[in-house]
Ligand binder design. Structure first.
Ligand code: FAD
Length: 381
């Protein structure tokens, strides 16, 4: 049986970053994933993920985002891969909407560079967008998007270069803590290690059932359109990333066009059907395309244009939609990162850094109190 300092279960967005940061800190790492590298069966695919800093979800995330932006630069430099495009971003809605008011609260609290735009200014700066007269937006130039597949590939590449052993298409069937470490059983073998990191994505309900957290796995659809009138007005540089909150609180979000095909991606934020990784319906239905086309057309008349393709993906939501990043409450040698609730990707490199801290130092200097699982279970760590 092979022995390691640390085993990382799950090599998607978070686990690939953890494997890299741990190997870089001199740990003998084994990473294991049930699928091939950079697969499209979990939560880290679809060509783009928004990153922003004026965080409407909670100002407590901002220091982590500032650090993530520094780390993305290093990941790009060290891997030689383009991961992050800084194209600017706007958060739109009514002045009282969570999207606008929450972003503004974060920007003010952390003194982040930002501008407030009224409807006329939004239309002038971004002619693709047609807000209602009462709508406003917070614009931040540091926002942009990361390519999840490039991030996973870069982190796996850097992890391997730093000495990590990476096993793909090998399913973890069991894990347990022993008196001296941890023991992991897979579809191929048994392994032991001093420490275990579990980054299971949508498989959290099965791999981390013992946490006692009610995770809801939610089916999401990403849509790509060819805008009527062509993609030029939607290109990065002219068109920002955005999250737009409608009168009923429903948010949709999207990206500039950044491929040769001139496609433009848009999606609803939340509101998907509950599923499991086994039961998810991976077909994108014409009624769904009609629904988002009608919704988006009211705000961005040229966008729906011609539907090109769709792809499904999964959110793994916690009850309060904040993450879980912590040492396992019941297992001293186990660290967990899960429940990213549809907004985790922008944090990938800093989550990797936090997980390496928790394994190597037993603690981290990053502010992660918000992510303590004890908030759900009442069980103190
Ligand atoms: C449609 C969509 C849009 C999103 N948009 C944004 C956005 O704009 N901005 C943003 O910040 N975030 C966004 N997110 C959220 C973000 O993508 C996720 O939070 C992030 O990808 C989660 O990464 P993960 O490592 O937890 O999961 P994954 O990347 O899915 O990794 C989990 C891995 O664990 C492996 N695994 C599970 N069980 C086992 C087992 N038993 N044995 C071995 N391996 C196992 C899986 O194969 C998988 O590779 C979006 C998510 C979706 C679905």
């Amino acid at each position: 049986m092979s022995h390691y300092d640390v085993i990382v279960i799950g090599l998607g967005g978070m686990g690939s970053a953890a494997a890299y940061r741990l190997a870089r800190r001199g740990q003998r790492v084994l990473g294991i994933d049930r699928f091939a590298p950079v697969h499209n069966l979990g939560s880290s695919h679809g060509g783009s993920r928004i990153t922003r800093q004026a965080y409407f979800e909670d100002p407590a995330y901002v220091p982590l985002l500032l650090r993530a932006h520094e780390l993305w630069d290093g990941v790009e430099r060290d891997s030689g891969r383009k991961v992050f495009t800084r194209c600017g971003g706007i958060m739109l809605g009514g002045p009282e909407s969570r999207t606008v008011a929450g972003s503004l609260a974060s920007a003010r609290k952390w003194e982040l560079p930002h501008e407030l735009l009224d409807a006329a200014e939004i239309r002038r700066r971004f002619p693709t967008m047609n807000p209602d007269d009462h709508e406003i937006a917070l614009y931040e130039e540091n926002a942009g998007f990361v390519v999840p597949e490039s991030s996973v590939a870069a982190h796996l590449q850097l992890a391997a270069r730093a000495g990590a052993e990476l096993h793909h298409q090998e399913e973890v069937l069991s894990w347990r803590e022993t008196s001296t470490g941890v023991r992991v059983g897979t579809s191929r073998n048994f392994y032991t290690a001093g420490r275990l990191v579990i980054c299971p994505g949508a498989w959290a309900p099965e791999l981390l059932a013992e946490l006692g957290i009610v995770f809801t796995v939610e089916r999401q659809v990403q849509y790509w359109f060819a805008p009527s009138g062509g993609a030029e007005p939607f290109r990065a540089g002219r068109h920002p990333i955005y999250v737009w909150e409608g009168a009923n609180g429903r948010q949709f979000y999207g990206f500039p066009s950044h491929d040769d095909a001139g496609s433009v991606k848009v999606a609803f934020f939340r509101g998907g059907r509950t599923c499991t990784p086994e039961t998810i319906d991976r077909t994108v239905h014409s009624e769904e395309v009609d629904e988002i086309s009608a919704f988006v057309r009211r705000k961005m008349p040229a966008l729906p244009g011609t539907f090109l393709r769709g792809a499904t993906c999964m959110y793994t939501n916690t009850p309060d939609e904040h993450f879980v990043i912590s040492r396992h409450p019941a297992h001293e040698r186990v660290v967990v990162a899960c429940g990213f609730s549809g907004h985790g990707f922008k944090f990938v490199p800093v989550v990797g850094e936090i997980l390496a801290d928790l394994v190597v130092d037993g603690t981290t200097g990053h502010p992660i109190a918000l992510f303590d699982p004890a908030r759900f279970t009442g069980v103190p760590r």
